[in-house]
Design a protein around this ligand. Sequence first.
Ligand SMILES: Cc1ncc(COP(=O)(O)O)c(C=O)c1O
Length: 450
Amino acid sequence: MNELVKKDLKYLWHPYTQMKDCERVPPVLIEKAEGVKLFDVDGNFYYDTISSWWCNVHGHCHPEIKKAVRRQLDSLEHVLFAGFTHSPAIELAERLVSISPNSLEKVFYSDNGSTAVEVALKMSFQYWQNKGVTGKRKFLALDLAYHGDTIGAMSVSGVDLYNERFSPLFYDSYKVPSPYCYRCPAGKEKGACSLECLGFMEERLKESAGEISAVIMEPILMGAGGMIIYPADYLAGARALADKYGVHLILDEVASGFGRTGKMFASEHASVEPDIMCVSKGITSGYLPLSATLVTDDIYRAFYDDYEKKKTFYHGHTYTANPLACAAAVKAIDLFREEDTLRNVRMIEQRLGSFLEKMSGYEIVGDVRGVGAVGALELVKARSSKEPFGIKERIGVEVYKKGLESNLLLRPLGNIVYFFLPLCAKTEELDDIFRRSEKVIERVSGSGEF
Ligand SMILES: Cc1ncc(COP(=O)(O)O)c(C=O)c1O
């Protein structure tokens, strides 16, 4: 084992990692990256098919983003964001407001996806109190949602493997079944339904809207819950229900934002305008940590009053609006226009679609789904029963290991093998990625190692 990796294992504790596994599969020591490729110290390359946890947009080591960060580094690295401001934050806020749904007019910065969600929840909660409405103290979320790893975000998330252990710490929230078409909670067939699943949300709102501050959901794409892709009409229906029952709609675009689903924001698929929107990950194209919570003027106004009225939003993080991160984000947003990034996503979507269709012929593949640069294969033991592989079988780990052998960084979510491709991927790169991925699935289905 490489000496540096030995040191890593001596001193480090990695996220979402059973460190015992690292004895058999040690972390890959990455030295540099370019475009869609990561290079390790031994000169091997790996296609970054998951955009380094869903954040890389324009490719690694992009010369223009590097230039923007370097330029910023020469003038201001950081300053507190209360009582002081700076041009990268202002320029970025102006751009965010101009590219986001029309309803959103104000930007509140923080530094990661979970905190953007915490901010959204706290803003909605305090909004009602500032308005003199005291009963609205709960949130309504989807049962397979993932909104982050802080306690507040976990309370509105539902991925049991990650969260169950901490459930005694959670505040009470309502969960309704997710629009998971392959395993429809209303017992319908994919593509042949009248969105009966939306009825679960309506039922809950009809009964409990007086206690509910907001509905929170990931628009179109539910990432960590299994790359579940649901119909735009469901999202439009949720917006209508939020209006009908007088609750906010918070859209968590942390994963789906910045072109990943083929639109700048996934809410555009349903022409839905949220009351609050959370963004992070792709905002800086994966160069520096940053997030933002965007709100309507109505929400902003509910906090705007004389100091002694105690309506101020008391929330902030040390690295809020870090100038280096804001400078990276300004450039990352401008690159969408300069490089016509969304056009490239259409090309990716088309190629990814053909690949998914081909893969749906494999017995081990129960379902395929895709939108924009995101695609998923749900692996099953038997197609007829849709029986999933169990936790002991660890089929995802087999895919991961065989992926590395085939120069691919694939990091399945349990039984879901997915692609969350950098939006700069070129045709030849995609073809190579899909060719190698098919081999991996072939090897895993034939190996009997699970
Ligand atoms: C939809 C969604 N919300 C929030 C988060 C949390 O973001 P972070 O990991 O930056 O805290 C994630 C992370 O994967 C996410 O996918």
